[in-house]
Design a protein around this ligand. Sequence first.
Ligand code: C5P
Length: 210
Amino acid sequence: MIIAVDGPTASGKGTIARALAAHFGVPHLDTGLLYRAVGFAVAQACGNPDDPADAVAATGFADSLLDDPALRSESCGGLASRVSVHPEVRAALLDRQRAFATQPGGAVLDGRDIGTVIAPQAQAKLFVTASVAARALRRHAEMRGRGEDVTRAAIEADLAARDARDAARATAPLCQAPDAVLLDTSDLSLDAAVDAAIALVEARLAAHHA
Ligand code: C5P
């Protein structure tokens, strides 16, 4: 059983994917972390994230980097969005994601292209979204909670720029797979969004086995 969870930044997809993994008892991969690790490694090597050769050279990052809290920063998200436009980078990360998706017993993966490219055969696909305003509000609260001094307007502008870059790139753009179920979390609490996601996936799996 493969569950694919795609959607833009701060839509709630990460929390939903983790909750689905716990509910169904399968492992979870946050694929955004892989791109964040590449972006971080490029910056560490003083490379240029917009240069495909520099970016692809950074895909050989050490696995231990995935545990580094620095990857969660907004700046790393921006770097990830820039390195992820290079088809060579996406290709270098493909096998690892497909191997995770097809492991015996199943898996949950979240990202941008799980239902379209990494695991088009997934039994259940969710496309989790929310308005830019709702996502900026959440991200703002999160960052203020960490003591970061940012305005909501700046976050909103950054999210919109990242959405545009993710949706416009030629290779594996952010888009809803035709067979994915849309879950708009704009007006839902996190708990309500998780409950809705579990119900949607259960319905999909039941339909699949019918
Ligand atoms: O999900 P997260 O915000 O951690 O992702 C960071 C960036 O990595 C995204 O903005 C996107 O550009 C890229 N990404 C991607 N494909 C994925 C996951 C993330 O292109 N499957």
